[in-house]
Design a protein around this ligand. Structure first.
Ligand SMILES: [Zn+2]
Length: 131
């Protein structure tokens, strides 16, 4: 797989993230780039970050030509729709990256999906950690 990993990246992630990484590889390949994963289930993120449960991925965007960067950003947004969430984080800074997150479903007592959240915490096996 033509994907690179920053040293220390922990790829203990949910299956959706592995599928996403395969798609990201193909998207970058269209522009003759290899994606670099800078964080998965690791790093320092906000306290309720989905990174800590293996449901988010950071892909380096720093160093991409700005036109390619914006094209890839558009393709990512078109590819990963709700419940996915894509954001270019730290634009124009050294740690600039695409944050790709699988926003998990909030269900009511009848298991009907009533929304998606980044605050409901599941672990990487899919078990809900908190109410
Ligand atoms: Zn992130």
């Amino acid at each position: 797989m033509a994907v690179q990993f920053k040293p220390g990246v922990n790829m203990r992630v949910i299956p959706q993230i592995l599928d996403a990484l395969s798609k990201i590889e193909h998207i970058f390949a269209r522009y003759s780039y290899i994606p670099v994963v800078t964080s998965a289930n690791d790093g320092s993120h906000s306290s309720n970050s989905l990174h800590y449960i293996g449901a988010a991925l950071d892909i380096r965007s720093k160093g991409l030509p700005s036109d390619i960067k914006s094209q890839i950003h558009s393709v990512l947004q078109g590819t990963f729709r709700t419940p996915w969430y894509i954001k270019l984080e730290y634009p124009n800074q050294d740690n600039e990256h695409f944050h790709i997150q699988y926003g998990l479903a909030i269900r009511d007592k009848n298991q009907k999906i009533i929304g998606y959240t980044s605050s409901t915490v599941y672990d990487y096996t899919g078990n809900r950690v908190n109410p």
